[in-house]
Design a protein around this ligand. Structure first.
Ligand SMILES: NC(=O)c1ccc[n+]([C@@H]2O[C@H](COP(=O)([O-])OP(=O)(O)OC[C@H]3O[C@@H](n4cnc5c(N)ncnc54)[C@H](O)[C@@H]3O)[C@@H](O)[C@H]2O)c1
Length: 351
């Protein structure tokens, strides 16, 4: 199956997202595959067997969010210089979102920009991170604060990569899928509730539907001036939780799961979402063993943390909430801080 992506604001940026077993790929230029020591032993051999190119280099970088840094990207660039790659070279990101974000960013920088291809190997990166051209790294000020919008030439999503993915990582990816359904597609949410998402055929359909929704959003709004912000549902809260817990207790998707429950509590308080609909979302998250509770120690401090997010603009926080029911959304930048803090307090020990 192929999902075409066409960024409408810049008609030259067209590429395809292929959701199928990895095809034979022929390149008439030098290729460097960027991967890590977890993914390489599991999948590199098969990927290499599918690629023909005049020269294929493998660049391994350490595994982990803590290595998603400028230093690692500079290391990738160094290897490209050492191997005398020129501007026609191509990078292939083989790994999860961390590898994809760094490889894309390195591609945007090398000699002012070379091509790159995404081969996402986690569910989260297949349904979300590999689509849409956000690339970048973390620094001491926060996550993804250095980066570029830089679109790949193609995305190859092979669901077979997921066979080796730990259960917990799979569930974290499901959280992003649920996010997409709650924001945009009620029928898709019903599908997620009633289907066996571990079944490979069902999983493929789930990935395709998720990617199609994300592609549609990115096509309209590559640089997040409007609708793309809706993809941050659960993230405004989730980022604070990740930050408060030192990025170590929760996987990103897990923090987003709690964040969605918090956003829903706010939406219920505002009369936007019924408690029944909020309950449905929570039950689906729990079915995947995703966390839905987090004890906020200090609601005021939690609230102030929102302002560290790069998405809070000029002192106002934009909350992404379910609109009136599952499958709809609303963006609210006008909420009374006292009301928000009251909802946060309910997540405290006394709440
Ligand atoms: N660019 C975007 O639009 C976007 C969107 C969402 C998230 N992200 C970023 O993505 C990152 C999270 O991505 P992630 O959840 O894929 O994490 P990850 O890249 O850290 O991968 C999770 C773990 O799974 C391992 N792994 C990868 N594929 C595997 C496989 N097939 N079998 C076994 N193990 C495998 C990885 O080596 C790693 O240890 C974050 O840095 C986040 O900021 C980016």
């Amino acid at each position: 199956m192929i999902v075409p992506i066409e960024i409408r604001q810049s008609p030259t940026r067209r590429y395809e997202i292929t959701i199928d077993p990895l095809p034979e790929l022929r390149f008439d230029r030098k290729v460097a595959i960027v991967t890590n020591p977890t993914v390489a032993p599991l999948h590199l051999e098969r990927v290499l067997s599918r690629i023909s190119a005049p020269q294929v280099e493998v660049i391994e970088v350490p595994d982990g969010e803590e290595y998603k840094s400028m230093e690692t990207v500079l290391g990738i660039l160094d290897r490209l210089f050492e191997t005398r790659f020129d501007r026609s070279a191509l990078l292939i990101a083989l790994g999860g979102g961390v590898i994809g974000d760094m490889t894309g960013f390195a591609a945007s920088l090398y000699q002012r920009g070379i091509g790159f291809v995404q081969m996402p190997t986690t569910l989260l990166s297949q349904v979300d991170a590999s689509v849409g051209g956000k690339t970048g790294v973390n620094n001491k000020w926060g996550k993804n604060l250095i980066g570029a919008f830089y679109q790949p030439e193609a995305v190859y999503i092979d669901p077979a990569f997921l066979e080796t993915l730990p259960e917990r990582e799979y569930a974290a990816g499901i959280a992003e899928v649920i996010k997409m359904a709650v924001m945009f597609d009620r029928e898709f949410f019903d599908f997620l509730e009633r289907s066996d998402l571990k079944d490979p055929e069902v999983a493929k359909e789930m990935i395709a539907r998720s990617v199609t929704l994300k592609a549609e959003v990115v096509n309209q709004d590559e640089k997040e001036a409007g609708i793309r912000a809706v993809l941050n549902y659960g993230h405004t809260f989730g980022h604070v939780i990740e930050n408060e817990t030192g990025y170590s207790r929760y996987l990103h998707g897990e923090a987003v799961a709690i964040g969605m429950v918090m956003a829903n509590a706010l939406a219920v308080e505002l009369g936007l979402l019924s408690p029944e609909e909020a309950g449905r979302i929570e039950r689906l998250l729990e079915r995947w063993g995703l966390p839905t509770r987090y004890e906020i120690e200090d609601a005021e401090a939690f609230y102030q943390h929102f302002f560290l997010d790069k998405k809070s603009t000029r002192g106002s926080i934009r909350f992404i909430l379910p609109g009136g029911e599952i499958g709809t959304h609303t963006i609210r930048g006008d909420l009374d801080p006292a009301l928000v803090k009251r909802v946060l307090e309910r997540f405290g020990a006394a709440g």
